[in-house]
Design a protein around this ligand. Structure first.
Ligand code: GAL
Length: 857
């Protein structure tokens, strides 16, 4: 696992050879930060806009935007100046999300945005040292920001350099003209409005930031584009575009050579001999311009990239070397990791990768990483995807915004398909201050830069240009769909464009314009309705592939069971008789209760199976996320996740696993079997299993053997009378015993059990330390809610804690937290530069404590 992290980190770096003429260094350390809840500087996007718009010039097809003449706004603001004393400001390292530490119930922020203080103006400052040799060599110096929430504006040494308003997009600013040898003062302002989002946006410099130093004649930003137009087992054609940017005052003749190597997952580097070489091109790039060269080569016996586990995610690296004027040393070396694969959208068979059907077993996910908030961390993101893969998921949808770039690296490595999505709204607002305010000025550069950034990732199989767009059924919406589709096609003609449509019907212009029909909920039918729209889209567009871009939205809280249980296979959540507990703010985990538009997984599976041409689904959501706590707005986080926010699996995990990994013997029983208050009462038992038959026993007494019928996805015994003891299920497939499972009534809590997902941490890696309250036999006490305190000895820090309870308002950094349904999590980081042993201890009143040892180096 650590190895994968190292690979992911190295994959954006150029070759490690010391002579590399390109440097890309992290600017994450050593910032000073201050947040202001009222405007401290009288700046605003409106005032900055004319100076910020030109930052997008590389991504607009029309007339370039020019900054106005005169002094730019902010020049007189003290925070941009070298002379400003920021020593009283907070010291922070990036990625930094100022809101995640809380407290909850921040003024003006409702449940939708997660009740955390994300609003306000944030200023970040740090020194950036530039070597005199770089200045003397006339190097180009760029600032690459993977994402800043939001309306970022950047000053270097008091000069306004530019900015980028969309908080989820990555952007580059050219610092060269303002950089000097020695210390430079970099100041960044971000500005977050109230009512800017339907979910938790995070706040501040929440992703990685880089300084790139390169010869003024270099491969441009996102300057390579690799496609594989024809692929067979024997050979693959690989097409390459290299864009060379020349920032010198004079023109320059440049040789462009690109060689392909196999990618070695063990080292994260190119390995072995050259696999193929593109013909050398020699071009003359005029001063201050860019020029692209196209070339093509053949890779024999290609090792294809494909989704796991049925295929392998093999990767290659193309190493592009620029040299000039016969000089022996390269002036730039640029690496592009890519995969060789084909993707076909077949209207009947679904997604074909390398000719093999990949039924989409996907989930939608928001960008936050639970109690870490929006602050990006590779290991936390990797953990999310690995757990989804363990469930049998092969795809993610980056709902509803550009992800951190590393997410796509991880997906490439793990072999997961990605529906890469950019917008949640266009011109029509969903919340007062959302993206609609800047859509007219920014949709083109945002879309172009997003696609250029992501288009070399083999994991990305389609672009989604919108989710549940307000104007989806109107002519105006149709026209915008066409505009966005055409932009996407002009940047990447190899992938289809889709929009996630929840109400647009088959006769809308939007539906006719998109390449892939993406249906949110309407395919299977909203709520408990079973008359969905799959067949009407199918008859209108027999040649277009249809998938459920968003499905289910079933709700549950891990370990919570509410009685009675509906006899239907999908129900709308309500009070106690409809799966809800309105005072505890919890939803029953029988995995049957959804909001009015949603459905149980079982109902969705039925609709998918009855319409076998549907290419699969992206379930809302894989992981719980901060904000949108439907149906209980006063809570802090969602109930939609298959996995809770701490990373503990809900029962639903096993329902999806039983469908998506049919060959894995599985039998998961719910509910737990410790109900002193229910002796003699009807307590339905459901089992999620990949088997075809199952028999349930209560204290060895059979409750009946069930055969799974067509369109049935769970075994259910709805009339079981609760008696303490053993609940056992024995399952069968093809008449042969398949998997068994037993749940027993547990005794009083006696001690804590502690486990960590790793025993070694360093750098940015994290340990996810779980604690369970158990009885004397070591069984988890299912309704335990003891307060647990975590403590660290040694060079580590507890970053945050969580228990997956959407209604827990204890601030995330708290080292004391109640367990929820028996479990609680602490996230531990090693202190920078430290080495040695870290002991993480957990204690709770009246229980035997526990500790786990971690190593850091
Ligand atoms: C969808 C929407 C998602 C989320 C979900 C909750 O309509 O696209 O962003 O809000 O509902 O069920």
């Amino acid at each position: 696992m650590l190895r994968l992290l190292q690979l992911v980190r190295s994959c954006w770096m150029v070759a490690a050879a010391p002579a590399t003429p390109r440097e890309r260094v992290s600017l994450n350390a050593g910032w000073r930060f201050s947040r202001f809840t009222s405007n401290p500087d009288s700046l605003s996007y409106d005032k900055l806009k004319q100076w910020v718009l030109p930052s997008a010039n590389d991504f607009i097809s029309g007339t370039k935007r020019q900054p106005p003449s005169g002094t730019p706004p902010g020049t007189d603001v003290s925070y941009v100046k070298d002379s400003f004393d920021d020593s009283a400001w907070e010291q922070v390292n990036l990625p930094h999300d100022w809101a995640v530490k809380g407290p909850f119930n921040a003024p003006g922020i409702g449940g939708g945005m997660g009740r955390l203080p994300s609003n306000g103006v944030g200023w970040y400052r740090r020194k950036v040292t530039v070597a005199s040799s770089d200045i003397e060599a006339g190097k180009s110096i760029f600032l690459d920001i993977d994402g800043a929430m939001s309306y970022a504006a950047v000053w270097l040494n008091g000069n306004l350099v530019g900015g980028w308003p969309y908080g989820y997009n990555s952007f580059r600013l050219d610092l060269t003209q303002y950089a000097k040898s020695g210390d430079n003062t970099l100041a960044i302002r971000v500005d977050n409005a109230l009512d800017s989002s339907r979910w938790y946006p995070g706040a501040g410099l929440y992703r990685n930031i880089w300084l790139v130093k390169v010869d003024p004649t270099h491969v441009g930003q996102y300057g390579t584009y690799i496609t594989t137009p024809s692929v067979s087992a024997q050979s693959a054609t690989v097409d390459l575009v290299v864009e060379v940017e020349n920032k010198r005052n004079g023109s320059r003749k440049v040789d462009v050579v690109t060689e392909i190597f196999a990618y070695d997952p063990a080292s994260g580097k190119a390995t072995g001999n050259v696999v193929a070489t593109f013909p050398k091109s020699t071009i003359t790039v005029a001063a201050g311009t860019k020029l692209s060269v196209n070339s093509s080569t053949t890779v024999l016996n290609p090792q294809l990239w494909g989704p796991a586990p049925s295929q392998k995610p093999n990767l290659y690296i193309a190493v592009t070397t620029l040299s000039s004027d016969g000089a022996s040393a390269a002036i730039d070396v640029y690496e592009t990791r890519f995969g060789i694969r084909t993707v076909v959208y077949d209207a009947t068979k679904g997604v074909l990768v390398n000719g093999q059907r990949s039924y989409i077993q996907g989930t939608c996910n928001h960008h936050d990483l639970g109690s870490l908030g929006a602050a990006f961390n590779v290991r936390a993101a990797e953990r999310q995807l690995q757990m989804l893969q363990e469930m049998g998921s092969n795809a993610i949808r980056t709902s509803h915004n550009p992800p951190a770039p590393e997410i796509l690296d991880i997906a490439d490595h793990l072999g997961m398909l990605v529906l890469d999505e950019i917008f949640d709204c266009w011109n029509t607002q969903k919340t007062k201050n959302d993206y609609h305010l800047i859509f007219p000025d920014w949709h083109e550069p945002d879309l172009r830069s997003f696609i250029r950034r992501d288009r070399n990732h083999p994991s990305v199989i389609a672009w989604s240009v919108g989710n549940e767009i307000g104007e989806q059924s109107s002519a105006a919406g149709g026209a915008t769909t066409k505009e966005l589709r055409d932009i996407a096609r002009s940047e990447d003609p190899t992938r289809g464009v889709t929009v996630a449509m929840n109400s647009a019907g088959p006769n809308t212009q939007m539906a006719s314009v998109v390449d892939i029909i993406g249906l949110n909920y309407q395919g299977e039918g909203l709520g408990t309705s079973t008359s969905g729209s799959f067949s009407s889209f199918r008859s209108k567009f027999p040649n277009k592939m249809i998938w459920s871009s968003e499905s289910s939205s079933v709700l549950s809280t891990r370990g919570t069971y509410i009685f009675p249980v509906t006899s239907g296979n999908s129900a709308t959540v309500g009070g106690a008789s409809a799966g809800g507990n309105n005072s505890a703010l919890q939803v029953s985990s029988y995995e049957l209760y959804a909001p009015s538009w949603g459905s149980s997984p079982d109902k969705v599976f039925t609709a998918q199976d009855k319409n076998s041409y549907v290419a699969g689904e992206y379930v809302w959501t894989g992981w719980d996320y901060i904000g949108e706590p439907t149906p209980y707005d006063s809570a802090r986080s969602s109930y939609f996740g298959i996995i809770d926010m701490a990373g503990f699996k809900k029962d639903r995990f096993y329902l999806y696993q039983s469908r998506w990994r049919p060959d894995l013997p599985s039998a998961h029983i719910l509910p737990h079997w410790t109900w002193p208050d229910r002796v003699g009462q009807v307590t339905p038992v459901h089992v999620f299993s990949s088997a075809s038959e199952a028999e349930l026993f209560v204290n060895d007494k059979s409750q009946g053997r069930l055969k799974r019928g067509q369109y049935e996805y769970r075994f259910r015994w709805d009339n079981v009378t609760y008696q303490p003891g053993d609940l056992k299920v024995v399952t069968y497939k093809n008449g042969v015993e398949w998997a068994t499972s037993t749940t027993r009534t547990v005794g009083d809590a006696t001690k804590l059990n502690i486990t960590s997902d790793t025993t070694i941490i360093s750098g940015d890696t994290l340990a996810f330390v779980s604690v369970a309250v158990v009885d004397k036999n070591g069984d988890i006490v299912p309704r335990a809610s003891n307060s647990v305190t975590f403590k660290i000895d040694g060079p580590g820090t507890i970053v945050s804690t969580d228990n997956g309870n959407p209604a827990d308002m204890t601030a995330f950094p708290s080292t004391t937290r109640k367990v929820f349904s028996g479990l609680v999590l602490a996230i531990v980081r090693a202190n920078a530069g430290a080495s040695g042993e870290i002991t993480v201890s957990a204690s709770a009143d009246g229980l035997t404590g526990a500790q786990v040892m971690l190593q850091t180096s």
